[in-house]
Structures are given as structure tokens and as C-alpha cells.
Design a protein around this ligand. Structure first.
Ligand SMILES: [Fe+2]
Ligand SMILES: [Fe+2]
Length: 262
């Protein structure tokens, strides 16, 4: 039977598909790490208190990138180049979502509006990360090789999402509410389309590696389109709501390490 679990299982069991999966994940995580490190360095003076949390956010994403690389190494596999059409982070940037890399490479302080844009972008993408990791945790929490990594990353992504809610609410109370709602909506609508395209591209690569029959690929593609239809029809709203998280100041402490993986 074709289930999300059997699909993941199949991808994990084959060296070629496993290393593509880990390479794509590692690349996305480390791009996120770089972006956050740059943003932490460029936070404006008036928002200085936020800088250590952004740095922590970046350190976590870098750690996730190292974990996915370590999982490959453990199986004696090397990373493969990430196909352009599967590069979620890069495609989002190309669609003008979040802060442009060109801007982040410059040494000019960000504006408060830029910080709000960063947080709104993260609110949307961390929702995706948190949901994806929750799914992996559900299926593979007890997996001998992946279990610990999946649990750690899932916990971190939940923290990132909580942090985005809390900080965006702070900016909303400070009078940025309308701007935040506008950016969140733009980000979410762009993200769901990028996510659909990336999912189709990843499944296309996996299908070729694992030699899936045409009918199986067609069912998977239909599932991805159905998910997009659901998100476009209103599912996207879950990505733009703001509620004060139970866990406050989730990124307030120092980053946890990944020594056991690296
Ligand atoms: Fe991450
Ligand atoms: Fe994250």
C-alpha cells in the first residue's frame, strides 16, 4: 500500500535516494543557517536584543545541516549536488520571499521592516519545517539510525516556530500588525506553490532512482496537487495565524550541540 510511511521507508532504504534526500535537506538547512547568521549581524541597533536569538536560530539550522551530512557519512555516503528545481530555499528567495541574499551580503544594517519581513518569512517556512519533522518523528522516532536526529531537529523546529509567533506578536503590538499580516499572506501563498513544485521535482528524482512505475508516480503527483489545492483553498491560513506560544523565549539560551552526530 502506498502510504507516507512506506514512501519514506523506501527512500531511506536505498543509498542513492537516501543521499539525495539528505543532501537536499542539508543544503536547505545550511542556507537557512547562513541567512540567519547574516541577519543576526545586521540587526538594527533598536532591535539589538533580538540578535542573539537570530544567531541561535542560525546555529540550530547549521547544526541540522551537519546532522543530515553526518547521517550520510554514517552510511559511507557523500553528498550529491542539489538539483536546482529541488532547492526550496533558493526558489523562495527567487520568488522574492524573505530578504534577498544580495541584501544580506552587504554590510548595511537592516531596517525594522526588514526584521519583520525576516520573521514573517520564518513564521511560514518554520511551520512547514515543523510539520515535516513532526511527520518524520511520528514514523521514525524509534529508528536506530535516524530516531535521535529526527527528534532533536523536530524539537528545534517547534522552538523556531514558537519564537516566530512570539516575536511577531511583539511587533504587532508595537504597531506593525497590518504589515505583518500582508507579508505573511504573500509569503504563505508563494510558499505553498514553491513547496508543490519542489515536492513534484523531488518525487520525480526519487521515482527515477527507485524506478517507480508510471502509475505510482502519477498517484504521488496527484497527491501533491491535491495538497496544493487544499492549501490554496484555505489551508494556507494556518501559516499566517499568530498565537502566543506556551513556550516563551524558546531561543533565549545557547545553542545545543550535535556532537553525537558530527
Ligand atoms: Fe532546520
Ligand atoms: Fe528551523
Amino acid at each position: 500500500m502506498l502510504s507516507a510511511k512506506s514512501l519514506f521507508q523506501e527512500i531511506l532504504d536505498n543509498d542513492e535516494s537516501f543521499r539525495l534526500f539528505c543532501s537536499i535537506a542539508a543544503s536547505g538547512e545550511s542556507q537557512g543557517g547562513w541567512e540567519n547568521a547574516r541577519i543576526a549581524a545586521l540587526v538594527p541597533e533598536s532591535e539589538r536584543a533580538l540578535a542573539p536569538k537570530v544567531a541561535r536560530h542560525g546555529a540550530d539550522e547549521d547544526k541540522h545541516g551537519r546532522i543530515f551530512t553526518a547521517l550520510m557519512k554514517k552510511r559511507g555516503l557523500r553528498p550529491v549536488p542539489v538539483p536546482h528545481e529541488t532547492d526550496y530555499t533558493m526558489l523562495l528567495e527567487k520568488h522574492g520571499i524573505g530578504l534577498a541574499h544580495e541584501q544580506l551580503k552587504r554590510d548595511e544594517p537592516l531596517s525594522v521592516q526588514d526584521v519583520v519581513t525576516y520573521l514573517a518569512h520564518s513564521r511560514v517556512t518554520e511551520q512547514r519545517a515543523s510539520e515535516q519533522m513532526e511527520l518524520l518523528r511520528k514514523y521514525f522516532a524509534d529508528h536506530p539510525d535516524l530516531g535521535r536526529a529526527v527528534k532533536m531537529i523536530s524539537h528545534d523546529e517547534d522552538n523556531h516556530l514558537a519564537y516566530c509567533h512570539e516575536e511577531l506578536l511583539r511587533f504587532a503590538y508595537a504597531g506593525h500588525g497590518r504589515t505583518i499580516q500582508r507579508i505573511l499572506r504573500e509569503c504563505a501563498l508563494a510558499e505553498i506553490a514553491v513547496y508543490r513544485d519542489v515536492s513534484l521535482a523531488v518525487m520525480d528524482h526519487m521515482g527515477r532512482i527507485l524506478q517507480w512505475p508510471k502509475a505510482k508516480s502519477a498517484v504521488l503527483a496527484a497527491g501533491i496537487h491535491a495538497m496544493y489545492a487544499y492549501e490554496r483553498a484555505g489551508g494556507w491560513r494556518r501559516m499566517v495565524s499568530l498565537t502566543m506560544p506556551q513556550r516563551r523565549n524558546a531561543l533565549g539560551g545557547p545553542a545545543t550541540t550535535s556532537v553525537e552526530f558530527a
